[in-house]
Design a protein around this ligand. Structure first.
Ligand code: ATP
Ligand code: MG
Length: 384
């Protein structure tokens, strides 16, 4: 069983690349479910089929679904739902219960995670591909299994300090009990899902990006956050690459900019493998087109495989009371090394290539005290 999650900034092509990956796996004979956790469901458009919260078979071995938070609350969270219904009935407002519950902070993430867990445990699929929402929301989703205990306590103690963050209607009828006890075994599922997400033989995280400055920054942020959660990146997919040259001067200027950023991407993500896809003229809106795209990206490689296994790409540790950031840079002979901080970015100049890393919050504002290179690892020490 494998879970593949695509992350990245809005609009870079996460849905398209996820659907291309799923199609390629299905056509290689693997049973695959692609699941969209994004409320702005565009997976249906990419596959040119109608989707719902029940998987449909798009073609042989390829199943697709969209997470529907409201439907899930109505159908499967019956105890919680009827509890709230009974309270709200007095106000004649029971039909809005699901909507009210859905906007409870964290509810959407929890439901999406539970869908992933259910699909992974169902035994029906060899691979589950997750087409996620843009970075911010997905990071909240991925941070959830770890912070679930804290979160459950916080929301569980609602009745005392509800007003601040409860949904407006619910806040009038604060439950007197820990509502998390009414949820279907979420806690044990969260724990199980968390260990599945951290198991590199099961779960693979990939970032999709375009050769553009802001998009690269966001992709680097993804890498940093994943590392902090203990999740690892196994590939970067650079999408929407323009042709190598053009006789049109306007287009050529755009190509020149992309060429510069493609080099930046090569440096920044090394040693994580980088896959590339061209900007297509035709719309990519059916499985044949998606399959073509997957061939461009992965060639002969099976996208269901773990494409890169290294534990140590980026590690943050406290050594003798100080933060040390270690970067794994194999096969690099360091003759010249320079480390600089600019805002939340760490710029590492090694020989003549520059790697940039988005610093985790805990390191922002700190100065570097020193850097050394040993056994393929660049270790940077930060001042307290
Ligand atoms: N290689 C490509 N060539 C041409 N068009 C593409 C390519 N990849 C994606 N697109 C188009 O770009 C648009 C955005 O792609 P997509 O929806 O996959 O991005 P996304 O990252 O999932 O966006 P969101 O963050 O909104 O979910 C879509 O119209 C899609 O068809
Ligand atoms: Mg999308």
């Amino acid at each position: 069983m494998r879970i593949i999650l695509y992350l990245g900034k809005g609009g870079v092509g996460k849905t398209t690349v996820s659907a291309a990956t799923a199609t390629a796996i299905a056509r290689r004979g693997g049973r695959v479910l692609i699941m969209s956790t994004d409320v702005a469901h565009s997976l249906a458009d990419a596959l040119s089929v109608e989707l719902s919260s029940t998987p449909v078979e798009v073609e042989k071995n390829l199943f697709a679904m969209e997470v529907n938070v409201l439907a899930e609350i109505r159908e499967n969270w019956t105890e919680l739902y009827s509890y709230f219904s009974s309270i709200l009935m007095h106000d004649g407002a029971n039909e809005v219960v699901a909507e009210e519950l859905a906007i409870m902070p964290g509810m959407e993430e929890m439901i999406s995670l539970r869908y992933i867990w259910k699909a992974a445990k169902s035994g029906k699929y060899d691979v589950v591909v997750v087409d996620a929402a843009p970075t911010g929301e997905t990071m909240r989703l991925l941070g959830m299994p770890e912070s679930y205990g804290w979160y459950a306590d916080k929301i569980g103690g609602w009745h005392s300090k509800a007003i601040g963050f409860a949904a407006p209607l619910l806040s009038k009828f604060m439950p007197k009990k820990n509502i998390f006890k009414l949820m279907p075994e979420v806690n044990s599922h969260m724990k199980e899902l968390h260990s599945m997400l951290q198991d590199k033989s099961i779960t693979t995280f990939r970032v999709v990006l375009n050769p553009e400055n802001m998009v690269i920054k966001e992709a680097l942020r993804v890498q940093t956050y994943l590392n902090l959660f203990g999740y690892k990146l196994d590939a970067a997919v650079v999408n929407k690459i323009l042709p190598p040259s053009s006789s049109d001067s306007y287009l050529q200027s755009l190509i020149d900019i992309q060429t510069k950023y493609l080099r930046v991407i090569d440096n920044c993500f090394y040693p994580v493998p980088i896959f590339k896809a061209k900007q297509s003229i035709a719309e990519i809106i059916n499985t044949d087109r998606l399959y073509e795209l997957s061939q461009q990206i992965f060639g002969d490689k099976n996208p269901a495989d773990v494409l890169y296994i290294d534990e140590k790409t980026q590690i943050l540790e406290k050594v003798d009371g100080k933060y040390v950031l270690s970067l794994y840079l194999p096969n690099v002979e360091v003759t010249k090394l320079n480390v600089n901080i600019k805002g939340d970015e760490l710029l590492v100049d090694i020989n003549n290539f520059r790697k940039s890393i988005i610093l985790p919050n805990v390191l922002v504002g700190r100065k570097t005290e020193g850097a050394d290179f040993a056994e393929g690892n660049l270790n940077i020490t930060f001042a307290n």
